[in-house]
Write a protein that binds this ligand. Structure first.
Ligand SMILES: [Fe+2]
Length: 230
């Protein structure tokens, strides 16, 4: 499998390029609009065909590259059925599979950071979006976020994956690139709570500034990062 992690320095976003092999089909997860040329260069170098570009959720901190990639390559674009956007060609839901050649990514619905947050599971790894971060979890204070839902997504879904499962988040602010489910169970301070109520109180007690680009990014991303026709 080809699995490449790109980093956007402005928003600390990770983008993932996934393919079964060089010369085959490729999938991008959480592409950033300003880095589309970089992804296209890598895809071109490996003579791959981009077939699908996906966002784990509507992002508030960067503008998505979904629309530009679709224009450039004719790839399909996808967000979850809860994203409430008409700009994508595919809406996935829990239980669906994203296909790229013979690879299959299982879709998990993991709300809480937002109500349209999804994770994608491969046999040895999981892409957790902003639901589970390395030694952290995604904030739950806007875009219909809900700490109780996030607790359920974490403890009833993601943390039930095998301990050795590699964890690849959509962001990291401390230079970390990958973790495992076991490491996060043991060392993630947000997960050391006695119960759901304690998690809700922990998350509701956070005092966080809004993302700098939020007012621009959220409406843009509802239109796949393209200017609306209106
Ligand atoms: Fe997010």
């Amino acid at each position: 499998m080809i699995f490449r992690q790109f980093f956007d320095h402005e928003s600390s976003t990770y983008t993932y390029l996934i393919a079964e092999r060089m010369g085959g089909e490729a999938l991008l997860i959480d592409p950033v609009k300003s880095n589309v040329d970089q992804y296209m260069h890598s895809i071109g170098e490996m003579e791959m065909k981009l077939v699908l570009a996906v966002d784990t959720h509507i992002h508030a901190d960067h503008v998505t590259g979904l629309g530009d990639l679709r224009h450039a390559t004719g790839c399909a674009s996808a967000m979850g059925e809860m994203s409430n956007t008409e700009c994508v060609s595919i809406h996935f839901k829990e239980g669906d599979k994203l296909k790229v050649d013979n690879l299959r990514l299982d879709v998990l619905y993991t709300p809480g950071h937002t109500d349209d947050s999804y994770s994608f599971v491969l046999p040895d790894r999981v892409l957790t979006g902003d639901t589970l971060l390395i030694r952290g979890t995604g904030r739950t204070d806007f875009q219909n976020g809900d700490p109780a839902d996030q607790y359920d997504s974490l403890f009833d879904k993601l943390l039930r994956l095998p301990d050795k499962t590699l964890v690849y988040p959509a962001h990291d602010y401390n230079g970390m690139t990958v973790s495992t489910i076991q490491e996060e169970k043991l060392f993630n301070p947000r997960l050391q709570v006695a119960n759901k109520q304690a998690y809700v109180e922990l998350m509701n007690g956070l005092q966080l500034d809004n993302p700098r680009l939020m007012d621009v990014a959220v409406p843009a991303n509802r239109n796949c990062g393209l200017k609306s026709a209106a």
